[in-house]
Design a protein around this ligand. Structure first.
Ligand code: PHE
Length: 357
């Protein structure tokens, strides 16, 4: 073996001990780099005769090619090993059972909302949605509850800094009742029938009755086992030329019996006060049997829409009359499923929620 064969062999061995591309590059520098051994040999040819230079040069070049071939081979081997490693790490065992993703389901209060919408829908009620950040005018003033009136403190309202585009104070709506006036405005715009409060003129032709429910989130400064700062309400409104308190009783009784699937349910309309209805009543229900039997349970406020509210809707209270109610879907859900702490609905504990699927 001449010195060049030895060099090629030692390069091969040196490369074999490199286990990463970086180590391999270091090893390469020892042989073919600027101050590598082959480069040194080239430099050492200066004093040779032209004849010897030619043979020696050819031999060094052959050795260099052999070293480079060994280097390329090792590079490829390292790359192959890395790929192998990678594939192994990412290996997919197709025989393992899949991870289970439950199908999920609807929240119990959502189930109640859908139930309410279904029942009132079957009685010809539209379903409307409205803003949770409301103006002072829709939340109170339009509902016959003027600024500084003591009835405003019936609801511990969250107020919001800043004002609406038209400069009105804002609040998180404390009830869904603003939807009475909002929906009436939309209804009148749609049917082109209304009352201009400035001229006192009625405009438009005959208008179908306003018959709507408006479920949604509402907010009050209140928090205990039966009150949450965010809770739900569902407003109801039926306004026409000849809608009476009797219709309220018929509609609401039919609703409760259907909702609780109990024809023997008893209802009580207990006199009450709301600025926006006159007369007003709280609606209580009583189950004839079961764990709640014999107790009166309050489920809704209600009453005949106040003439001032009818006027703020843009209608003539001499022509339009009707009823409104505002019930608590959270309460209905608790009663239907026998839940005794409202907060459970909003904690998001999957162990509780999954029971309703
Ligand atoms: N808005 C009332 C409340 O939050 C309920 C209600 C609605 C009463 C409609 C009468 C008519 O307590």
């Amino acid at each position: 073996m001449n010195d060049l064969d030895t060099l090629v062999e030692s390069a091969r061995q040196r490369f074999a001990t490199a286990h990463t591309p970086a180590e391999l590059e270091n090893a390469k520098a020892q042989f073919v780099g600027k101050s590598g051994r082959l480069t040194e040999l080239m430099k050492g040819m200066a004093q040779l005769s032209p004849e010897d230079k030619r043979t020696r040069g050819a031999a060094i070049n052959a050795a260099k090619q052999a070293v480079e071939a060994a280097l390329a081979q090792r590079r490829q081997a390292l790359a192959d090993a890395e790929l192998e490693q990678h594939l192994k790490a990412e290996a997919l065992d197709v025989t393992l059972p899949g991870r289970q993703h439950g199908r999920g389901g609807l929240h119990p209060v959502t189930l109640t909302m859908e139930r309410i919408e279904g029942i009132f829908g079957s009685m010809g009620f539209d379903v409307a949605d409205g803003p949770e950040i409301e103006t002072d005018w829709f939340s109170f003033t339009s509902l016959n509850n003027p600024p500084n009136h003591p009835a405003r403190s019936m609801q511990d309202t969250f107020y919001i800094d800043g004002t609406s585009a038209d400069g009105l104070p804002l609040n998180l709506r404390p009830h869904t009742s603003p939807m009475q006036v909002r929906y009436a405005h939309a209804h009148i715009r749609k049917y082109g029938n209304g009352f201009d409060p400035r001229s006192g003129q009625l405009y438009g032709g005959p208008m179908p009755d306003i018959r709507v429910i408006a479920p949604g989130r509402t907010y009050r400064v209140d928090s205990d086992a039966t009150h949450s700062p965010m809770f739900h309400q569902c407003e109801g409104l039926w306004l026409g030329e000849n809608v009476s308190f009797k219709d309220l009783k018929v509609v609401f009784t039919a609703f409760c019996k259907t909702f609780f699937e109990n024809d023997d349910l008893v209802l009580r309309f207990r006199p009450s006060f709301f600025p926006f209805t006159e007369p007003s009543a709280e609606i209580d229900i009583q189950f004839p049997s079961g764990p709640l039997a014999g107790r009166w349970l309050e489920v809704s406020g209600s009453g005949q829409v106040h003439p001032n509210v009818v006027r703020n809707m843009g209608l003539d209270p001499e022509c339009y009359i009707g009823f409104a109610f505002g019930m608590g879907p959270d309460r209905l859900t608790m009663l239907r499923y026998g839940v005794n702490d409202l907060r459970l609905f909003f904690d998001g504990d999957i162990r509780f929620l999954s029971q309703f699927q």
